[in-house]
Design a protein around this ligand. Structure first.
Ligand SMILES: [Zn+2]
Length: 649
C-alpha cells in the first residue's frame, strides 16, 4: 500500500511538473483585438455633394492629378475608401498600388491620415473642429509599361475609370453619395462617356468638361475615354434611345469605318432589341478604343462599355473576326449583368466583398448571346461562328481539371486567380464559366426547342428575364431559383436538375449535347478553320493542343501544355522552348510536317528542348497527325444551331 501511495505521489509530482515547465516557456501568442472599425454602408444620403476634379493633361508622365472636396458635417473620426471590389471585374482588383500622393487639408490646415492596418483600401482621418470640407489631393499613376498593368494613358488617347480616381466616405451606399465630376483633357482632345455634360458652368475653365451631378454608383459605372483622333457614329438614328459608337484610334486613318461596317454595328442594336424587347439605358455609348499603345479592355456598364481592341479593327476587317464578338458581348451585359445581376454579386458599395456564384449566368449566357448576336447582326458569318463554337467545344472537352473541380467552383477565379498566368490551365481551370457556360446555354436553348417542337427558344427566356422594366436601369437582382422559374415558364422541365448536373458534374468531357441537338458534331481534321487561323495569327501562336498537346509562339516558346497529353508525358511545360524538331532548327511549319510524317510511321517526333539553362531531347510517341476542331453538320438532326444564328426578322 505504501509503495502504491509512494508511486501515486510520484505520479502527482510528475503531473505537476508539466504546468510548472510550461510556466517557464514563453506564452503562446494570442490575437490582438480589432484595431479599428470601418462603418458598414447604410442606405442614407450622404450630406452634400463631393467635388471631383481630374486633371488628365500630363501625357508625358501618364499621371492623373486629382482634387476632391468632401463636405463634412462636424469634427471627429471619418474613413475614406478607395474602391476595391470592382463591378465587371468580379474581384478585389481596385488599383490601390497605383494610388499615390494623398495629402488632405481642412480650412488650410493639413490633416494627417492613417491607413487602416487591416484594410489597405481604407484611410482614417480626424476632421478638425470648425471644418466644413476636406480638400483631398492625390494621383493615379497609369502603368507606363505593360508589365505594371493595363496602360490607360497613351500618346493619342486615355481612359479615365472613375473608381481609380476617387476616395469616398465609408458608411453609405454608393448610390447615396453625390458627386460633381469634371475632367481636364489635353487641348483638342474629344471625350466620350455616358456621363451627361453640364453645358453651362459659372467657373468654366479651358479644356475642362463639367458633368452633371451624379451618384457614385453611376460615376463608377460611367468611365471616360478621350482621344486626339475621334469619330462618333450614330448606331440607331430615330431609335428609342441614342446609341453611339465612339471611336478613338492611334492614327486618324484607323477611324475609317466603311458604311457597310457601320451598318453591321447598327444591326447589332436592332438584333439586341428584337432579342430582349427592352433597353436599360437612357443612352448608350460604346467607348471603342483602337490601339496597340493603350491596353485592350472589355468592361461592361449600364449605359456604356469600354471596348479596347486592335487598331486594325476596321482597316483589316478580314483578319480580325476573332475580335468581333467583343461589342456584342459587352452590349449584352447592359441587360445581363448590369440590369439583371446575381443577388450575391450586388454590393452596397465598392468595398464590400462580392460573391460570384452565378457568373455562369452573368458571363456564361452573355458569352452565348455575344456570339449569337454577332452572327445575327453580321459581325461574324455563320461559318465563323460555327468555327468559334468548335474551338470552345474542343477546349472544354479537353478540360481535364473537371475531374477535381466542378464548373461552378471556377466562378471563384476572379477572386483567387485574378487572371494571373497559370502553369497548368487545363488542370487548374480558369474562369471556365464563360465559355463552358456558353455551351450549357446552347444546350438549354436546343433543349427548349426540342421540348416545344420549335415553338419556343432561349430567346423567350431572354425576353422574359431581361425584358422587364423597359427603360429602367435600376439593378434587378436574381437567384438560382429565379433562373429556374423563368426557364420553367418557357418550357416546363427539370431545369434545376439540368443545370446542377452541368454545374456540379465531373464529366467526362464538356457538355456538348447542345451541339448535337443543334444538328452538328464536333470533329477534328488536319487543317484549322480560317477563323482559327486568323485568331492564331493575331496572337502570333500555333496550336497543337489536340495533337501533341501544346501551343507555342512562332519562336517555339511553349505557352501551355495540355495535362496528360503526349507533350505532358515527356515532361514539357509552359515556359520551355522547342529549339529543334527532328534535328532541324525550330520552325512552326516544320513541326506540322513532322507531326504529319509521324502519322505514317512508327518513329517518334524528336524535339530538342531548352528549359532554362538545360537542353534535352524528348521523343514524342504520337502518331495521330494534326488535329483541329470543326463542327460537321449531322443531317439526321434538324439544324437548330443554324436557326439560332439566323437574324431575327
Ligand atoms: Zn463579360
Amino acid at each position: 500500500v505504501k509503495t502504491f501511495l509512494a508511486s501515486v505521489s510520484f505520479a502527482a509530482v510528475l503531473a505537476a511538473a508539466g504546468p510548472l515547465a510550461a510556466q517557464d516557456a514563453p506564452p503562446q501568442p494570442q490575437p490582438l483585438p480589432p484595431s479599428s472599425e470601418i462603418p458598414f454602408p447604410r442606405d442614407v444620403a450622404y450630406p452634400g455633394t463631393i467635388g471631383l476634379q481630374v486633371d488628365a493633361t500630363d501625357l508625358d508622365r501618364r499621371i492623373f492629378n486629382v482634387h476632391e472636396t468632401i463636405p463634412v458635417t462636424g469634427p471627429g473620426p471619418m474613413t475614406l475608401l478607395y474602391p476595391k471590389w470592382l463591378p465587371g471585374n468580379h474581384g478585389p482588383t481596385g488599383p490601390i498600388d497605383k494610388f499615390a500622393g494623398l495629402i488632405i487639408h481642412a480650412g488650410g490646415q493639413r490633416v494627417e491620415w492613417t491607413r487602416d492596418p487591416v484594410d489597405v483600401y481604407a484611410f482614417h482621418v480626424n476632421v478638425p473642429q470648425g471644418a466644413t470640407q476636406l480638400d483631398v489631393e492625390f494621383q493615379f499613376l497609369s502603368p507606363t509599361e505593360q508589365r505594371q498593368g493595363r496602360i490607360v494613358v497613351a500618346p493619342e488617347m486615355l481612359n479615365v475609370e472613375w473608381n481609380a480616381v476617387v476616395l469616398y466616405p465609408a458608411g453609405y451606399f454608393s448610390r447615396d453619395i453625390m458627386f460633381a465630376p469634371s475632367v481636364k483633357l489635353p487641348t483638342g482632345w474629344t471625350p466620350a462617356t455616358a456621363l451627361e455634360v453640364e453645358p453651362v458652368h459659372d467657373k468654366t475653365l479651358p479644356d475642362v468638361t463639367y458633368f452633371k451631378n451624379t451618384s457614385l454608383n453611376t460615376l463608377v459605372d460611367s468611365p471616360l475615354i478621350a482621344g486626339r483622333y475621334y469619330r462618333q457614329f450614330d448606331l440607331d438614328p430615330g431609335g428609342p434611345a441614342r446609341v453611339s459608337l465612339d471611336v478613338i484610334a492611334d492614327k486618324p486613318e484607323q477611324l475609317d469605318a466603311t458604311p457597310a461596317q457601320i451598318d453591321i454595328h447598327k444591326q447589332l442594336v436592332q438584333q439586341a432589341y428584337k432579342l430582349y424587347g427592352s433597353h436599360h439605358y437612357n443612352h448608350y455609348d460604346f467607348l471603342f478604343s483602337l490601339s496597340d499603345q493603350m491596353g485592350g479592355n472589355g468592361l461592361e456598364h449600364h449605359q456604356s462599355s469600354e471596348d479596347g481592341t486592335t487598331p486594325t479593327y476596321f482597316t483589316e476587317w478580314d483578319k480580325n473576326a476573332a475580335s468581333r464578338d467583343l461589342l456584342a458581348h459587352e452590349y449584352t451585359h447592359s441587360w445581363n449583368g448590369k440590369f439583371r445581376r446575381p443577388a450575391d454579386l450586388w454590393t452596397p458599395n465598392f468595398n464590400v466583398p462580392m460573391r460570384d456564384s452565378l457568373l455562369w449566368v452573368y458571363e456564361g449566357q452573355t458569352q452565348y448571346w455575344g456570339y449569337v448576336l454577332a452572327a445575327r447582326s453580321g459581325l461574324l458569318t455563320r461559318q465563323q461562328t460555327l468555327d468559334a463554337i468548335a474551338g470552345v467545344a474542343a477546349t472544354y472537352d479537353h478540360r481535364i481539371g473537371r475531374e477535381w473541380r466542378a464548373l461552378e467552383d471556377t466562378t471563384e477565379d476572379p477572386i483567387l486567380s485574378m487572371r494571373r498566368p497559370e502553369p497548368w490551365r487545363s488542370w487548374q481551370r480558369s474562369e471556365d464559366y464563360y465559355s463552358e457556360g456558353q455551351l450549357i446555354w446552347l444546350d438549354a436553348d436546343t433543349k427548349i426547342r426540342e421540348l416545344t417542337h420549335g415553338q419556343k427558344s432561349l430567346d423567350d427566356f431572354a425576353r422574359a428575364f431581361f425584358g422587364v422594366h423597359n427603360g429602367s436601369f435600376v439593378t434587378d437582382p436574381y437567384r438560382f431559383e429565379d433562373v429556374v422559374a423563368t426557364l420553367n415558364s418557357v418550357a416546363p422541365y427539370d431545369w434545376a436538375g439540368f443545370l446542377r448536373t452541368r454545374l456540379l458534374g465531373h464529366g467526362p468531357g464538356a457538355p456538348l449535347d447542345g451541339i448535337a441537338r443543334g444538328g452538328y458534331r464536333l470533329i477534328y481534321t488536319d487543317t484549322p478553320s480560317s477563323y482559327e487561323k486568323s485568331a492564331n495569327a493575331r496572337r502570333k501562336s500555333e496550336d497543337f493542343t489536340y495533337s501533341i498537346g501544346l501551343n507555342l509562339n512562332h519562336e517555339g516558346a511553349i505557352g501551355d501544355v495540355l495535362w496528360n497529353s503526349p507533350a505532358f508525358k515527356v515532361g514539357l511545360i509552359a515556359g520551355a522552348q522547342i529549339v529543334a524538331v527532328n534535328g532541324v532548327a525550330f520552325d512552326p511549319e516544320d513541326l506540322k510536317t513532322a507531326i504529319t510524317a509521324a502519322k505514317a510511321g512508327s518513329a517518334p517526333i524528336e524535339l530538342l528542348i531548352k528549359d532554362g539553362k538545360r537542353y534535352r531531347t524528348v521523343a514524342i510517341d504520337y502518331h495521330g497527325g494534326l488535329r483541329y476542331p470543326h463542327l460537321e453538320r449531322d443531317p439526321a438532326v434538324p439544324a437548330r444551331l443554324d436557326d439560332i444564328l439566323a437574324p431575327r426578322k
